[in-house]
Design a protein. Structure first.
Length: 324
């Protein structure tokens, strides 16, 4: 396991290290301690049910998911939108406790063999000591997919966004460290330097590329304009590394996964390659809509000093939801 320094948060760690943040972390640790007393087969469904119920009761989150669904799929019935939102909340809760049950999840991924045409490219790169950029999104459980690849012998690191609460962030990262989950690199100058060294040494790195990026490029995502980061494709081009989409897809039993590694996205330019990834994850979302994190505000229009704004925007495209 590579050494991981504290996240390069530009001073956020010091700023947010309040008594309240510490108490939040202690509450989380207490809840996790109690949850981990339960067998894994009960723990994961329980957290899924809790998150599903919580999302339905926290009006702003539930409303955001419904608005996102109405925005991209306006022909869906209200009942179907509610069904997808409930499934997404359940999947989020399961993924959350699975992260904090990383040792159990790792053992479960021992016998899972990844599939897909991208495996051949990944294997060839490893044999040649070449870097690989693996790209995915907040779908199913990307941690399960990452552990699966690590279990197959690939040196897979990941770039992550540090949380605002530095204590919870440390708890989150520590869990992965303890089970040999591959090196994690915090977003920021220091983390990017670590990521580049990892890649130049022939490692593979995972980047999640399905969130709003204010400094990105507008391109379609599920048929609607969304600001999208180009960094994954730019990194692949810079290092002449293959850009390979991959996914951890939750099985109907809610506890197991299949891991699919798609073909390498052909090298061209960063925008075209990123658009190709968008089409890849769109297909996954359309096939399993309840496994994507609809809670994210993917389509908000607030970039370029407000130039993305215009009258009559759908609520999903507003910078923030208006109070009713």
């Amino acid at each position: 396991m590579a050494h991981r320094s504290k996240p390069d948060t530009g001073g956020a760690e010091a700023t947010n290290a309040t008594t309240g943040a510490l108490l939040q972390d202690r509450a989380l640790r207490a809840a996790l301690w109690a949850a981990l007393r339960l067998p894994y087969e009960r723990r994961v469904p329980l957290f899924g049910a809790i998150a599903q119920k919580a999302a339905s009761r926290l009006t702003s989150y539930h409303q955001r998911m419904l608005e996102n669904l109405d925005y991209v799929w306006p022909d869906l019935s209200e009942a179907r939108r509610s069904e997808i939102a409930a499934a997404a909340g359940n999947n989020f809760g399961r993924a959350l406790i699975e992260h904090f049950s990383m040792a159990d999840l790792a053992r479960r991924m021992d016998g899972v063999a990844p599939t897909g045409p991208g495996l051949q490219t990944l294997q060839a790169a490893a044999e040649q000591g070449r870097p690989v950029v693996l790209v995915t999104g907040h779908f199913g459980n990307y941690e399960a997919a990452r552990l699966c690849l690590i279990k197959q012998g690939w040196n897979v690191g990941a770039l992550y966004r540090p949380m605002g609460n530095p204590y919870i962030n440390r708890t989150y990262v520590d869990v992965a460290e303890k089970v040999g989950g591959g090196p994690l690199f915090p977003q920021g100058r220091q983390g990017m330097g670590q990521l580049l060294r990892h890649l130049k040494n022939g490692g593979a790195a995972i980047i999640l590329n399905d969130l709003y990026v204010g400094g990105g490029v507008e391109m379609p995502f599920l048929g609607k304009p969304a600001m999208t980061g180009l960094s994954a494709a730019e990194l692949a081009l810079k290092l002449r590394a293959p850009l390979i989409p991959f996914y951890g897809i939750r099985a109907p039993d809610g506890l197991t996964f299949r891991v699919e590694v798609e073909p390498e996205i052909p090298a061209s330019d960063a925008e075209a390659m990123t658009a190709a990834f968008n089409r890849s994850i769109e297909a996954r979302i359309e096939a399993h809509p309840g496994q994507w994190f609809w809670i994210h505000r993917r389509w908000k229009r607030k970039w370029n000093g407000g130039k993305g704004m215009k009258p009559g925007l759908h609520p999903a495209a507003l910078p923030r939801r208006k109070s009713s």
